[in-house]
Ligand binder design. Structure first.
Ligand SMILES: [Zn+2]
Length: 403
């Protein structure tokens, strides 16, 4: 599916909206990129972005990787130290550290090739949904994979899938949400029948790159990898949050999660990826605040495009009606708190307590900045710690903050 969306948002949207003039195409079309990657696979000389790092910076990045399992890991600093290659460096390091490259007899050149293509297919111009977000989610996933319950039961295959799903879960994200794609008649919305449009596209784009690089072509489980990768990525659709959360809650209430069963381990991996995807409010304030600013900037940018073209402004995207604080407080209350409360029931560890601690402190900080927003979220919360169907909850789902 590498033929999709090699164009910037403006041109992709213009293509679908018809009446809006086409803009300059900024990204490579798939056939151009395919030719380029084929050249690379044939060993043609090329500039390797990973080799143009200043040695000193590279040394500091390596130092940081020694603490890659720390919840305070500063992915923004790591991205600067790796010259914008955080996703490649971090994922390669983790695959190697878990012994997956050796175990699955992966070709190192193909692994690097795949990761470089994955990183390139994220849109750097997106304030939020870019390769740094993918690297951040992969780092969080690593933290969860090390939690005792998971570490004791997950197989190497599960870990490989978990890391790959995290690295590719937002691949080729256009920087707008599903409702925007639907209302502008974007071809992706038609292709996926208005259902998990972005998540389906991220998955199929990842499969495209796996096939292009033939990373798993030597493994009999290639089909299974592609299918399971899809199931993990599709779980990040925030509009299906309540469905996953109810199932998780029922398992916990009945205490019947059996991690000896592959299907239960897969479900726990889905929940881990969902947590990793929306864990920004559970990070220390200095990191969390930056993510909040970035995601709101992306929302407001979408709102500005909608305004400019006289489309209905999506929930949370109107910069005149929302503040960063109001968006964050609603998101924390209706989406993040219910999920992490259940995750802490499942994995009652120091990390879970740390995350809940940061979540509380960060929410208090935003509330102090916007007391009005804080008050309205409390009114809508019928049952603390439980996902609700309040209007704000639905708006947040539609806003798809971090899917
Ligand atoms: Zn995401």
């Amino acid at each position: 599916m590498s033929s999709f969306s090699r164009v910037c948002l403006c041109s992709a949207r213009a293509e679908s909206a018809g009446s809006i003039p086409a803009r300059r195409v900024r990204r490579l079309f798939s056939f151009q990129r395919h030719l380029l990657s084929s050249r690379l696979l044939r060993g043609a000389p090329h500039l390797n972005p990973l080799h143009i790092l200043d040695e000193d910076y590279c040394g500091q990045a390596k130092c940081m990787l020694e603490k890659v399992g720390s919840w305070n890991f500063d992915i923004f600093l790591f991205d600067r130290l790796t010259n914008g290659n955080s996703l490649v460096f971090l994922t390669f390091h983790l695959l190697n550290q878990y012994g997956l490259i050796e175990l699955f007899q992966l070709d190192m050149v193909k692994v690097r090739q795949f990761l470089v293509l994955v990183q390139e297919d994220y849109h750097n111009q997106n304030p939020y949904h870019n390769a740094v977000h993918a690297a951040d989610v992969t780092q969080a996933m690593h933290c969860y994979l090390r939690e005792p319950k998971l570490a004791q039961s997950l197989t190497s295959f599960d870990i490989l899938l978990g890391l790959l799903a995290a690295a590719t879960h937002d691949l080729d994200h256009p920087g707008v949400n599903q409702p925007f794609l639907i209302k502008t008649n974007h071809y992706l919305a038609a292709l996926y029948r208005n259902t998990s449009v972005l998540e389906n596209h991220h998955w199929r784009s990842a499969v495209g790159l796996l096939r292009e690089t033939e990373l798993f072509s030597h493994l009999p489980a290639e089909d299974s990898i592609e299918r399971q990768l899809g199931s993990l990525i599709l779980a990040t659709d925030i509009s299906r949050q309540n469905e996953y959360l109810s199932r998780f809650r029922t398992h916990l209430d009945e205490n019947n999660l059996c991690l000896g069963h592959a299907s239960h381990r897969h479900f726990v991996l889905q929940m881990a990826l969902k947590c990793a995807d929306i864990c920004n409010p559970c990070r220390p304030w200095e990191l969390s605040k930056q993510w909040s600013e970035k995601v709101t900037e992306e929302f407001f940018h979408q709102g500005d495009i909608e305004k400019k073209h006289k489309l209905e402004i999506s929930p949370l995207c109107d910069s005149e009606a929302n503040t960063i604080a109001s968006v964050q407080i609603g998101f924390m209350t209706y989406v993040v708190e219910p999920l992490f409360a259940e995750w802490a029931r499942f994995s009652d560890t120091r990390l879970s307590q740390t995350m809940l601690g940061h979540l509380g402190l960060n929410k208090a900080s935003w509330s102090a900045m916007d007391p009005e927003a804080s008050g309205s979220s409390e009114e809508g919360e019928s049952e603390p710690g439980r996902a609700t169907e309040e209007p704000s909850s639905r708006a947040l789902s539609q806003g798809s903050q971090e899917s």
